[in-house]
Ligand binder design. Sequence first.
Ligand code: PMP
Length: 407
Amino acid sequence: MFDVEKIRKDFPILEETVYGKPLVYLDNGATSQRPRQVVEKMNEYYFRYNANVHRGVHYLSNRCTDANEEARETVRQFIGAASEREVIFTRGTTESINLVAYSFGEAFIGAGDEIVVTEMEHHANIVPWQMLCKRKGAVLKVIPFHDNGELATEQLDELLTERVKLVGVAYVSNVLGTVNPVRDIIRRAHAVGAKVLVDGAQAVQHLPIDVQELDCDFFVFSGHKLYGPTGVGVLYGKEALLEQMPPWQGGGEMIKTVRFEKTTYNELPFKFEAGTPDFIGVVGLGEAIRYVDSIGLENIAAYEHDLLHYAMERMREVPGMRFFGEAGDKSSVISFALGDIHHSDTGVLLDKLGIAVRTGQLCAEPTMQHYGVTGMVRASLGMYNTRNEIDALHDGLMKVTEMFGIR
Ligand code: PMP
């Protein structure tokens, strides 16, 4: 059984007050909180086992190395990858996408080739592709979305031509909450020979993932939105594809032999892990996944689905409420505006009530442009949020509209 009160006890920060009010943390899309188990595991490694990995002959180094490789196996199982060679640790989603844009780009992108992303992408899944297109003389194309937040998949046939080499798509939009039909996109992209990168930054904490079943070529996510530490994330790639891609950064760890005449590279996954990794962060990420697994993503998804619908119903009662993103398949993210109140005014007033939401462009300016707004307010849910907290948000929003005379 999913017991939200029991889960909340694992997150000490949820007992904090701000300005004398109980904290209501609804900015999980930006970063989630970490449970005691994750922080304690990292402390244990800092205090008892800290030593650089894959280098030493001594006990501590071996212990830390083993813990890192165990975490890799935990990630492999969590996303259903075929092999640990396909799981590369990075600093996060942004670095994972940049790695692919550089390395896949070096191997496979030439002048006139096309890369396709969606209009609702986070900047991290736009700008690295623009930079690649600039380097290689390739062309970036965009799948638009409808006002309700659903992708215009009816345009896919026209966009997906033989020139397309890669499609980048968010599984879940960080602004609209839309759960995109990635299976369909992957199938159709593969039919024209294109590879697909799925940005799972807003998906892994809400939906069970199986990269083999999805058949995506790359899958990326960050630890810090998955109840794990900052500074660590994952790039999954199909082994055969990663084998054909050159290293991105050079340095220690990614080499087999170094001579001034010629250097040879390490095997997967280390070929893509230059330098000292955030090895304690990796241990923390493994622990976060164990924590999530102990609750079960199916259970988390069901609970959050119910909470999302409750939240949207309650928020609909607020005068002047305008939702951005009402896709049929939606997850845990509610972006909105209240009449013509500026998003930062709403955010600041909610803050004074102890309610943490995100405001602004949400790292997705093209999505803002779509709706002709300069920013939005976003409430994003985590597994520890409750109906009481949604009621607090509702009451806070009612106060804001009262203050601004919206009825
Ligand atoms: N993609 C999406 C959909 C995101 O929500 C985020 C984080 N807001 C990112 C990419 C970037 O993640 P990070 O900053 O952890 O690299």
